[in-house]
Design a protein around this ligand. Structure first.
Ligand code: FAD
Length: 382
């Protein structure tokens, strides 16, 4: 297969940004056959990044622009199995969907401190933020201004802490190391941490071991933190269980090639897929990565080796504690930056770092700048 004319029925599993982008890209590449997208959330796709920013802070909408693809959307239905030989996906209502081409875009879910052994009691105590439903629950709970402990000091944990602080909660973050160090590097981590502390955030250095429902978080050193509300933001787990008997995964890991292909007629994109990167084969669970992967995978499904390979031009942003950061290039960065605009990391500023291999990173903080311009600044020609 892999000629556009041989592929008449394409099925997309996962109604997030990767699935939606794959559908748009298939149509843009000339696919006019049957296109079906299956999503287990009972609603149209929305922006996940907006959940911890606009929605949590001021109720802003996470709505996405309407899709262009005219696909049949089966929402509130989950794929529960895949038969690669007969080219069928099994759904949770007992029906099967046949396909010629398959896009796996089932994303990931929040990792829970309670782990797979979570009891009902710890699950209702431990809030996470992954879905629109999660965001509504969290927003409602924060409105009562409870004391909050956030476990995890990556960008998501820090955004949740920032939102909680902004509505008047007393907030403690449990950080296993310096906040966002592995995401941003020491310079930016220090600047953001200092701003957060100045605004009233308490940071406890430690590693959380378990939840002691209903109010306690127990750290590995045995100490205990109490709060009215416990939120964890400790990473994500790819949704690959429905592929368990397909022989496409190894220990739950789904590896795609540089065009997103798993098989000639099966591609994967977004948070679910591990892809070749400059740091080895790994998942890059970020919004712009999901979009770029989906664009490449869609074309690969139709054109095989004639499709371009993925060439990620990373883009990352976060909004927290009054700081708005946009970054192009590969994070984290080490050492001191060169200031292209301003002179303080808290901004308004544009900073540049250059990795040992000559690749540049440009970071704007509280500075309105178009992304293409920031990219040019990263490559030292801006
Ligand atoms: C609160 C939050 C804030 C974020 N902020 C940022 C940010 O600032 N910058 C950034 O770059 N990234 C951010 N991210 C990450 C970014 O949102 C993700 O990388 C992106 O949404 C991944 O898209 P996806 O389509 O691969 O997966 P998802 O968005 O997870 O979509 C997959 C969909 O498939 C569904 N699904 C799963 N299994 C099945 C099944 N078996 N059958 C049918 N459907 C299924 C899922 O329910 C989901 O609806 C944030 C994430 C969160 C949760």
């Amino acid at each position: 297969m892999n000629r556009i004319e041989d592929c008449r029925r394409i099925l997309v599993v996962g109604n997030g940004i990767a699935g939606q982008t794959a559908c748009d890209s298939l149509r843009a590449a000339g696919f006019d056959g049957s296109l079906t997208i299956v999503g287990d959330e009972p609603r149209t796709a929305y922006s996940r990044p907006a959940l911890s920013k606009a929605l949590l802070v001021d109720g802003g909408s996470p709505e996405l622009a309407p899709p262009l693809h005219r696909a049949t959307e089966l929402l509130g239905m989950a794929a529960v199995g895949l038969d690669v030989e007969s080219r069928r996906v099994h759904l949770d209502d007992g029906t099967d969907l046949p396909y010629d081409g398959l896009v796996i875009a089932s994303g990931s879910r929040a990792r829970r401190l309670g782990g797979p052994e979570s009891t009902e009691k710890t699950e209702s105590t431990e809030l996470t933020l992954r879905t629109l439903g999660d965001a509504w629950v969290l927003r409602e709970r924060l409105a009562a201004q409870p004391s909050v402990v956030v476990v995890g000091a990556g960008p998501l944990g820090m955004e949740i802490a920032s939102a909680a602080l902004s509505v008047g909660c007393e907030v403690t973050v449990v950080a296993d190391g310096r906040p966002m160090l592995s995401h941003l590097g020491p310079h930016l981590s220090d600047a953001f941490t200092a701003t957060a502390i100045a605004q009233g955030l308490t940071i406890v250095d430690g590693s959380a071991a378990r939840i002691d429902a209903p109010r306690g978080v127990i750290l590995r050193d045995g100490s205990r933190i109490e709060a009215d509300l416990i939120v964890t933001a400790i990473g994500d787990i790819p949704n690959t269980e429905w592929l368990a008997t397909s022989a496409l995964t190894t220990d739950g890991r789904l590896e795609a090639d540089s065009r997103g292909r798993i098989r000639p007629n099966i591609v994967a994109a977004g948070d679910v897929a591990a892809i070749p990167t400059r740091c080895g084969v790994r998942r890059i669970p970020l919004w712009s990565s999901a979009i770029e992967q989906a664009k490449v995978a869609a074309v690969a499904l139709l054109s095989g080796d004639d499709a371009p390979e993925l060439d990620l031009d990373p883009y990352f942003w976060t909004e927290q504690f009054g700081l708005n950061l946009k970054a192009t290039g590969h994070l984290p960065v080490s050492g001191e930056p060169e200031f292209l605009v301003g002179e303080r990391p808290e901004g308004p500023s544009v900073m540049r770092w250059t990795h040992d291999d000559g690749q540049g990173v440009a970071v704007a903080v509280n500075h309105r700048i178009a992304i293409p311009r920031l990219r040019r600044m990263a490559s030292a020609t801006g």
